[in-house]
Design a binder for this molecule. Structure first.
Ligand code: HAM
Length: 421
């Protein structure tokens, strides 16, 4: 018999991992709403051209990693590799800034990149992200980074460091790139083959090369942050000072570059030491001009996205038990007890917000208790004929075996099992 496995780099999510990802999303949703953002969902399939225009043809994402196919009508579609371009497209398509010129959006969902899978790097992965439009003030960058910081703190990611860089904009980049190309031209012969190609295609990318030889060759290369104009410099300083005023620790990294072409101005990354090579748990920056690139108005924009799996992995590495699903109560039915009477109580408890498991299929009390233990129920309630007749039963707290006698009244049971939640 043929057995089937999931596609390489694409994970089935179940149990604590699925619950953990959902919990990360809950944390982000709560905080993003507090920052005045509204949740959006865009389609997973987009036109290929959208990412070529926005993320950039010379990037790894567009050049090597997109899942692209031709649809039956001949259109070229891709599984979205990221959502910033999609949200920008949505904002333009529906003219959303007319109703709210300072629209803030957030999203959670799957993205697809055909990268080499390893720990923390998958071909289908999830992102949570924030995209803010129409705010050119440094305050928007500050608030974005403040939300990112709040997410990291809420998830208990203590080792994570936020780095701040700056790539300048179309008003500074051509002159800077000329300087960089001039520097690289003098060292062309020493560059390894791959790096020489990158130098042609996307020289900025060489600045964060992991190859020690390339690093050494670029040690004294001109850096974009040293070649900003007054506007970018004062914007950058205002962002930095705002973060300091909020007590958010950021480290300036002059060599930081991003793997997407749409950034202009401040960029940032949150880095961990817990995931080996996959150091970035979250990243973003300002991308004024992207809306125009996808056919919309010239509007400022800033945002970030976090890798949901990476955030979860790092939270777990810090000992956080995200996504533990332990029912509040396991109800055990003794032989002969009235199943309907028990079901009425179980259903009423669930309606009242308790998580209750109950096996009313007539298995032995011992087998039912085992299941209550295995599922990690916080309480167990054994109900037999005597209990149902007297309307009282003993409630066992599983953590320490303490037993209390309670009346089988809905409100009493509910408050007993929920009180130490
Ligand atoms: P990005 O740096 O390509 O930026 O991805 C953001 C985050 O997604 C990364 O820091 C990482 O945590 C996670 N990530 C990326 N690729 C993978 C993968 N193959 N497996 C697991 N996790 C991954 C963007 O996507 C931009 N759209 C961010 C942004 C939003 N900039 C402005 N707004």
């Amino acid at each position: 018999m043929t057995t089937y496995r999931s596609v390489k780099g694409m994970n089935d999510l179940f149990g604590a991992q699925a619950a953990g990802l959902i919990e990360v999303e809950h944390v982000v949703r709560r905080l993003a709403l507090a920052y005045g953002a509204q949740e959006v969902r865009t389609p997973i399939l987009e036109h290929q051209e959208l990412f070529i225009r926005s993320v950039g043809e010379g990037t790894d994402i567009v050049g090597k990693e997109m899942y692209a196919f031709e649809d039956r009508d001949g259109s070229h579609l891709v599984l979205r590799p990221e959502a910033t371009a999609s949200v920008a497209r949505m904002v333009v398509q529906h003219d959303l800034l007319r109703a709210d010129p300072k629209l803030r959006t957030f999203y959670a969902g799957p993205m697809f990149r055909r990268e080499r899978p390893q720990k923390g790097r998958y071909r289908q992965f999830h992102q949570i992200g924030l995209e803010c439009f129409g705010e050119s003030s440094p305050v928007a960058d500050i608030e974005c980074i403040a939300l990112a910081d709040a997410i990291l703190k809420a998830l208990g990611l203590e080792d994570v460091v936020i780095e701040l860089g700056n790539v300048g904009g179309p008003d500074t980049r051509p002159a800077y790139l000329e300087l960089l190309r001039g520097y690289l031209a003098k060292r062309e012969d020493e560059l390894p083959d791959g790096a020489r190609q990158t130098a042609q295609r996307n020289p900025l990318r060489l600045l964060d090369s992991k190859d020690p030889h390339v690093q050494e060759l670029l040690h004294e290369a001109p850096l974009p942050m040293d070649h900003l104009n007054d506007h970018h410099r004062s914007h950058h300083e205002a962002v930095y000072e705002g973060l300091v005023a909020l007590g958010i620790d950021v480290q300036v990294n002059k060599r930081m570059v991003r793997g997407l072409d749409y950034y202009r101005g401040p960029i940032f990354e949150a880095l961990t030491t817990k995931l080996g090579a996959q150091a970035a748990v979250l990243a973003g920056g300002r991308y004024d001009g992207l809306l125009e690139m996808v056919g919309g108005p010239d509007v400022a924009a800033v945002g970030f996205a976090g890798g949901t799996e990476r955030l979860l992995l790092v939270a777990q590495a810090h000992g956080r038990e995200l996504g533990r699903v332990s029912p509040d109560l396991g109800v055990v039915a003794a032989p002969g007890a009235d199943v309907h009477q028990i079901l009425r109580l179980v259903v009423a408890l669930r309606d009242a917000g308790c998580t209750v498991i109950a096996d009313l299929s007539g298995r032995s009390v011992k087998a039912q208790m085992k299941a209550v233990n295995r599922k990690g129920c916080r309480y167990a309630l054994v109900l037999g004929e005597t209990e149902l007749e007297s309307n009282t039963a003993s409630l066992r707290r599983m953590a320490d075996g303490t037993i209390v006698n309670i009346s089988l009244d809905l409100a009493k049971v509910r408050s007993a099992v929920m009180e130490d939640e």
